[in-house]
Design a protein around this ligand. Sequence first.
Ligand code: NAD
Length: 338
Amino acid sequence: MKVAVFSSKSYDREFLCAANSSVGHELRFLEVRLSPETAALAMGAEAICAFVNDDIGEPVLQELAKLGVQLVALRCAGFNNVDLEAACNLGIRVARVPAYSPYAVAEHTTALILALNRKIHRAYNRVREGNFALEGLLGFDLRGKTVGIVGTGKIGEAFARIMAGFGSKLLANDLKPNPVCEALGVTYVSREELFRRSDIVSLHCPLTPETHYMIRSETLPQLKRGAMLINTSRGAVVETPAVIQGLKDGTIGSLGLDVYEEEGDLFYENLSDRFIPDDVFARLLTFPNVLITGHQAFFTKEALTNIAETTIANFSAFVDCGCATHEVSVEKIAGPGR
Ligand code: NAD
């Protein structure tokens, strides 16, 4: 299959080429993000491969359909950046990688919690400057603290296992309980109760109309005062200006983010020789109790290997039988369990 791979970085090339070595699809790597302005670069391709910050809205899909593209293969789990209805109407199939390493994201979430709690980012800088004072570095034991998990699918479940190991009390909110989590001792409660009781709130739900701005100025006062908030799901689950206000007035004690609503203009690029064009993001960076990583929770060797192998398998299945192995469609997401 002829494939145009958008937003590709050196590591995408490395892992996709390795997975494709015995298969032989024709992969054309493009560094640019997919957008209405760049969609024409897919000319000659039967499929495109895209990532989290590519724009796969209706205008892009119309352009891809005109070029004869039949398959959009996402090399990620989330598909909030795709207009599935438009794809369906245009006869373009959409595939994704539903699970590549929930452990990668769950472990990164834990890294954010530990670093924020024990102020590792501040301690690292202090020690390098010969400052061994402990003032300002006080943390708390995770054992016995209440951790609230919103979304207990694959990642939420892996995260629950880790936090159970710390001896934390676990609360969760989901559309339906996960029996594995229940067996771990997770108690399912309403979202409001989870917010009210949790010392740490960690978000692991997809971005949907229902979860959009789940954390906003109206819901922030529901949080336990001084709680730690962690978002490794999708940026727009959190309304950033509201969270900045929460950090200023102490509602939020600390904030760990791997995702940001406007990350498409920042993440995966090296802007160190320029300036950060986003004033809201720049404001976030001024807080000592905020730790941000650039959508890297998935970024382990195991995850990249699985992403590449599943993506190549999606192309092969499409060639063999006309449909990819892991397709997403409007009907499927409207079905049970979502
Ligand atoms: P999943 O589909 O296995 O689990 C998602 C869970 O969220 C499901 O149990 C679902 O029922 C629940 N959910 C849906 N709507 C909800 C709502 N309104 N309230 C509460 N729960 C709700 O997905 P997953 O593999 O665990 O991934 C979760 C999310 O993590 C993805 O959608 C993606 O946005 C994000 N993600 C981030 C990274 C990263 O690198 N930061 C990597 C992979 C996935």
